[in-house]
Design a binder for this molecule. Sequence first.
Ligand code: PNS
Length: 176
Amino acid sequence: MNADVILMAQDSRVAIVPGSFDPLTNGHLDIIERSTRLFDRVIVAVLTNSSKRPLFPVKARLAMLCEVFKGRAVIEVDAFRGLLVDYARAKRARIVVRGIRGATDFEDETQMALMNRRLDADLETVFLAPSESNAYVSSRLVREIAALGGSLDGLVPPVVASRLATGRRSSTLRRA
Ligand code: PNS
C-alpha cells in the first residue's frame, strides 16, 4: 500500500447511523441520505438486542434496508448487539449520526450522546435535522397508522408499505 492510499484510508470518514428501524421510515431515509453527503461511508446499523418488543424481526428489517439501499456502494447495512461504542470501535468508526426532529429528540439524544462520549471519548455524535416534511414522521406513529389501516403515503418507502400491508392483511385474516 503506498503512502497516498494509507493517507486516504486514515482520512476516510465512516459514520454509523444506528437505530431500531422498526420499521424504516422516510425520516430515517432523509437522515441516511444527508449522511452520505457528509461522510465517505455510512453504516446503517440495526440494534438486535433491544428491550422493545419489535413489530418486525431483525431479519425482516435488514431485508427491507438492503432492498432500499441496493446498489448504493457507500451504504452498508448491518446488525449489532451490545454497546454502540463497542460496535463503533470494531467498525473503526468515530462518528455516530442521529436525527433530531425537535426538542424532545434533542433532550433524549443529548443524553445518549454524552453517555456514549463518557464510554468512549473518541466517539462523536453528529445531529442532523430532517427536511420539514419528515419532521413529524416516527416509526411509532407509522406502526400505529399501519395497524389501524391509515394511509402511509409519503411516510415510508414502498417496500416497507407493502410489508406493512401484507402484515395487516394476514393479521386480519387470522382474526376472521
Ligand atoms: O431507533 P432507536 O430505537 O431510537 O435507536 C436507539 C439506539 C439503537 C441507537 C440505542 O438504543 C443504542 O445505541 N443502543 C445500543 C446499546 C447502547 O449502547 N446503550 C447505551 C447508549 S447511551
